[in-house]
Structures are given as structure tokens and as C-alpha cells.
Design a protein around this ligand. Structure first.
Ligand code: M6R
Length: 608
């Protein structure tokens, strides 16, 4: 989720790049940098921190006469968010500069070969391999070299590359990560997002996947990876700045809901090895220590706690380890029994939630091993854990967690399978089956999102409904809890999440006509029981909505059915929660609420 901008034309390039980067800061802001080509000599300026920090450096050292350049604002995935890892990156001869958004999955292998060939690396990033690969092709025109790089690199990536010796050309390439061309008069732009060039032009050219584009002041050339020329698909941008920042969506929350297929794919990238092994190289905890673990504790708050609930099912089922889960603010005060054989997993998208940090510190003080699961590289949780597993959702701006939740679910499933693998608790064939299903999730979530309008239509009758229940069993239980939390926090209506079987022990007294009861019934081994519980709600006059897999025979119980693609039980948590995010979103917006900034809430809670 980094931001990229590039420019060729008559203007002082710095006057285009710096405002462009400021417009992209919502995509990531842990470091930023620019590379400027002035008459065949290159200046690279980069800085940890925000664009404002880079601006100071540019004001002091930026050559005013440069007219071609590239810029980048970073959201760290590989390598700490420091100045050394900031983009742009260069080759050994300081001839090639590159900025990149995405993940090069096979970068470790590519880097090893380059090191063998004598290349020296300056950073810990996956990106730098691109500069050194192009250095090896010094005799080729830049666009040809970039095509060859795209044929070698696996994963989702968008690149913009510049060469000292070709001062009037930028070459971009795209697979999976966004990249667009802005067409101006006697000037052209390349960017990850439209806001970067919107003040200069409203003409944009779409770059599809596996395309390479060359821009010069008066020319845009688009080719496929074999070098065949492709027609330019040019469009007019009708959005204003605010809409462009949100990718044309009305709110950041909706944009982030729709980013989930990509975020999930990024979180899986490079972590599954054919034919079906989980590879978590970043978990630098000795396998022997993981084999010695006799109990797991998972601590988290809010939405992250719902990911912890799912993690309990995953780790117990697959790794056959007992798991306790705790709301982080409660953990220390119950005096939990911990020792060096306890594995404590702290989940926090921000990595700064003080309750979760305090729980993790407490666990380490008892000698336990701690794994942090966070969306923010080098967050406090990451720094204070023995090892960290990053979700790669990119920055989440809406206060309500959406893409960070589904990527947490995916990360915890990877971790559950990894523990099973290391401990030999699950047959490799069974692990292979699960990981193959995990790889289908991005497409499955895409399929759910394609039906967003159906959810919107459904919710129109319930804008003024004040009482909601969300029910589920087993893996569907955390999904129900999360559905209720989403609705509470953004629509300000009472929504209870409950284990479906628990309703009869009291809360069923609240069911009467006018109450909407959403049942999540994707988990096949408890589905019949969930359906019976929903019948009980129906008999008391509740309006019944069911989230169920394609093909399941549930229509007789429900007033309305929301379908999700079928898949293995725990993996369905990821697809099943998406319609509930949409449901909360459409109810809240129909009620006129500011979903990106719900009242009384903060994105990161740093007080106990
Ligand atoms: O950054 P964290 O994951 O530690 O945040 C935990 C909760 O504060 C967070 O999930 C909160 O519940 C959100 N408002 C949920 O949408």
C-alpha cells in the first residue's frame, strides 16, 4: 500500500512530486523519497517519517533544474521503516532507480543469485532486487529490461523505474498493484493513484495487469510482457480530490471493504510453498521452542479479539494445543498461569493498543514466548514481541476495522497451520488441502463483494430497527460477534453478538416482532444446531436473516438468505464476515452516520 508518483515534462519535477506525494500520504507514511534526473545526473533524497520531513531535505538539497523524477511514500512490508529502506532504491552503479508498491514473493531467491553475482545491497527490502536485475541488463533499453524483470518476479507489484542514462523516460509496470498514467500536454505522469496528478490533468490511461508503459513528455507507449504494442485506454476523471483519495468510493470504510481481496492476497503472498506448506520465515522462533509449547494464550481487544476467538478454534483443531483467549485488558488481572512453555499471541492491527501491549509485557515478564500479529511494521507490539507476523492490509483509515480483521483471520489460520506443521500435529496432506483453500479466498471475497447491492437493498427495510442479534456457533460465533460490533460502532443501534446455543439461557426473552436476528450458519458441523436455534428466534417473531454457503438448504428457516461461496469451516469466517460489514455500513449510512469517524471512538486506543 505504498504511494508512487513519477513525472516527465517541462515543470521543475520537485514541484510535481512533493504535492503528489502529499496527496498519497493516506497510502503509507513511514518514510518517503524522491529521485531526480537532471541532465543525466541523479539525486536521490529519502527520509524516514512523513512527507513533511522529506520536504525539509528537498528544500535544502533538491536540484531545482530537474524535470524527470520519481517519488514514493512507504508502507513497510519488508524491512524496517527507516531511511535505508525508504524508496527509491538503486543498483550498484547508481544508474538505475526504482520505486515499488506490492510484494515480490521470490525476492529472497532473486537476491541470493544477485549477491552470488557480486551485487551489494543497501537495504532489507524486496524492491532493491529490481534495480540490480536491471543493472545486469545495461545493454538493453530500459523498457526491455523492465519486461524481463516482470517475467522473473512473482507476486503483486507496481514499479516505476528511471535510468540516469535515459533522462527523459520513465518506465512503469503493473501486476496486481495499482498504476495509472496521467496524460498532460507536453508532460506525462505515472502514479499509483489519481490524486497524485489530478491538479495537472484529468486525462488518465489505464495500465492493466502485466503491462509495461513508457512515458516521455510527448509520448505514452504501452506494451505487454512480450513487447507487443497495446492500445491506450484513455478516460476522463470526473472525481474531485476527496473522491479520488477514496478511489471513487463515498468513504474510506467502503473503499477498505472493497480492498479486502487484495489485502488477503498480500497477506498470503510468499507464505505458502507448493504443493502446500506454510512458510513463515519471519517467525524467528526456534522450532524446538514451538514444539515444547504446552499452552497458547491469545490476547487482543475489540475486533482483534474476534480474530483471537477464531484463532482458538484454528489452533486447537489443527495444532492440537489448548488455547485460552483473553480480552487484553482483563488478562493480567486474573493472574494467568504462564511459564516458558506458554506461547502468548498478541493481536493488534495498530500494534499500539495499550491493553494488548500491557498483556504482552506481562507475559514476557513471566518468561513466555510472545508472537505479535500486527498490521504496522515496527509498531510497539512488533518491537516488544519475540517474533512478529504481519498482516499486509495497508493503512486502514476508517475507524471501524474491516480489511485488517479479515487479514488477521487469514494470518491466524496460517499460524494455526504452521504450528500444526512444526509440531507434526496434522498430516501434510491435510495442511495442503487447507492452504489450497486459503489461496481461493481473494476470489471468494471478490464474489461476495460483487453482490454488495443485494445487501444494500436488504437493509433498506431496517434503517430504523433498534434491536439486532447476531448469532453463530463454533467458527461462526466470532463472525457474529464482529457483525454486531460493526453495527454498534458505526450505526449506533443495539446489536448483541451471542453464541447461538446460549440464547435460550436468557436473551431469548428479548426476541419479539421487530427484532432482526442475523444467524451465521456456514460451519457445517454445527449448522443443523444453529438452524434449530434460529427456528426458536423465528417462533418468537424475530425477522431471520441467514448467512449461508451456496447450495445449503436453509431457506425454510430464514426470511432472507445472504449467500457466500462454500469452503472449509474455519476459512468461511473470512467470506461470511464481509456481508456483515456491508450490512453495518449500509444501515449506518442510511441513518446518516459518519462511518469513517464514529462518535466516541479512536482508531488507536492508547489509554487503559
Ligand atoms: O489496533 P487494535 O487492533 O489493537 O485495536 C483494537 C480495537 O481498538 C479495535 O479493533 C476496535 O474495536 C475497532 N473500533 C473495531 O472496529
Amino acid at each position: 500500500m505504498c504511494g508512487i508518483v513519477g513525472y516527465v515534462g517541462p515543470k521543475p519535477v520537485i514541484d510535481v512530486l512533493m504535492p503528489g506525494l502529499a496527496r498519497l500520504e493516506y497510502r503509507g507514511y513511514d518514510s518517503a523519497g524522491v529521485a531526480l534526473n537532471h541532465g543525466g545526473s541523479l539525486t536521490v533524497l529519502k527520509q524516514a517519517g512523513r512527507i513533511a520531513d522529506l520536504q525539509g531535505l528537498v528544500d535544502r538539497e533538491g536540484p531545482a533544474e530537474a524535470h524527470t523524477g520519481i517519488g514514493h511514500t512507504r508502507w513497510a512490508t519488508h524491512g524496517a521503516p527507516n531511511t535505508g529502506n525508504a524508496h527509491p532504491h538503486m543498483d550498484c552503479r547508481r544508474d538505475v532507480v526504482v520505486v515499488h508498491n506490492g510484494i515480490i514473493e521470490n525476492w529472497v531467491d532473486l537476491k541470493a543469485k544477485l549477491v552470488e553475482n557480486g551485487h551489494d545491497f543497501d537495504s532489507d527490502t524486496d524492491t532493491e532486487v529490481v534495480a540490480h536485475l536491471i543493472e545486469e541488463m545495461a545493454d538493453l533499453p530500459l523498457a526491455d529490461a523492465v519486461r524481463k524483470v516482470m517475467n522473473q518476479a512473482d507476486g503483486a507489484l507496481a514499479l516505476v523505474v528511471m535510468r540516469k542514462s535515459e533522462p527523459d523516460v520513465l518506465v512503469g509496470a503493473r501486476r496486481g498493484s495499482p498504476l495509472v498514467v496521467g496524460r498532460g500536454k507536453g508532460e506525462n505522469f505515472l502514479a499509483s493513484d489519481i490524486p497524485a496528478f489530478l491538479e495537472h490533468t484529468r486525462h488518465m490511461v489505464i495500465v492493466e495487469d502485466d503491462r509495461v508503459v513508457e512515458i516521455r513528455p510527448d509520448e505514452i507507449v504501452l506494451t505487454d510482457l512480450e513487447g507487443n504494442s497495446m492500445p491506450l485506454d484513455e478516460r476522463m476523471v470526473e472525481w474531485d480530490f476527496e473522491a479520488a483519495e477514496k478511489g471513487g468510493f463515498d468513504t474510506f470504510m467502503l473503499k477498505e471493504i472493497f480492498e479486502q481481496p487484495h489485502a488477503i492476497a498480500d497477506t498470503l503472498a510468499g507464505r505458502i510453498e507448493s504443493p502446500g506448506r506454510v512458510v513463515l520465515d519471519e517467525l524467528t522462533i526456534d522450532s524446538e521452542i514451538l514444539r515444547e509449547v504446552d499452552k497458547v494464550f491469545v490476547v487482543a481487544c475489540g475486533t482483534s479479539y474476534h480474530a483471537a476467538m477464531m484463532a482458538k478454534y484454528a489452533i486447537e483443531r489443527w495444532a492440537r494445543l489448548p488455547v485460552e483467549i483473553d480480552i487484553a485488558s482483563e488478562f493480567r488481572y486474573r493472574d494467568p498461569v504462564l511459564d516458558h512453555r506458554s506461547l502468548v499471541i498478541g493481536i493488534s492491527q495498530s500494534g499500539e493498543t495499550i491493553d494488548t501491549l500491557a498483556a504482552v509485557r506481562y507475559a514476557r515478564a513471566q518468561g513466555s514466548v510472545v508472537i505479535g500479529v500486527s498490521n504496522v511494521v515496527e509498531s510497539a507490539l512488533a518491537r516488544e514481541s519475540d517474533a512478529v507476523l504481519y498482516t499486509r492490509a495497508g493503512p486502514e483509515i476508517g475507524v471501524a476495522a474491516t480489511k485488517t480483521f479479515t487479514t488477521q483471520l487469514v494470518a491466524m489460520q496460517l499460524l494455526g497451520l504452521y504450528l500444526a506443521q512444526v509440531r507434526g500435529a496434522l498430516d501434510p496432506g491435510a495442511i495442503e488441502l487447507q492452504v489450497k483453500e486459503l489461496l481461493r479466498l481473494p476470489d471468494q471475497v471478490e464474489a461476495v463483494l460483487a453482490r454488495a447491492d443485494d445487501v444494500k437493498e436488504l437493509t433498506s427495510a431496517w434503517v430504523d430497527t433498534r434491536d439486532w442479534f447476531f448469532l453463530g456457533r463454533s467458527g461462526d460465533f466470532p463472525v457474529a460477534m464482529e457483525g454486531a460490533l460493526k453495527l454498534k460502532e458505526i450505526a449506533y443501534v443495539r446489536a448483541e453478538g451471542y453464541a447461538a446455543g446460549e440464547m435460550k439461557h436468557g436473551p431469548i426473552a428479548l426476541i419479539e416482532p421487530g427484532v432482526v436476528v442475523v444467524g451465521v450458519a456456514t460451519d457445517s458441523h454445527v449448522q443443523a444446531k444453529t438452524l434449530s436455534n434460529m427456528e426458536e428466534m423465528k417462533a418468537r417473531g424475530g425477522t431471520i436473516v441467514l448467512v449461508a454457503e451456496e447450495g445449503d438448504d436453509v431457506g425454510h428457516v430464514a426470511d432472507h438468505v445472504i449467500r457466500v461461496p462454500s469452503g472449509p469451516d474455519l476459512l468461511c469466517t473470512v467470506t461470511a464476515v464481509v456481508p456483515l460489514q456491508l450490512l453495518a455500513y449500509y444501515v449506518a449510512t442510511a441513518r446518516g452516520m459518519d462511518v469513517d469517524k464514529p462518535r466516541n471512538l479512536a482508531k488507536t486506543v492508547t489509554v487503559e
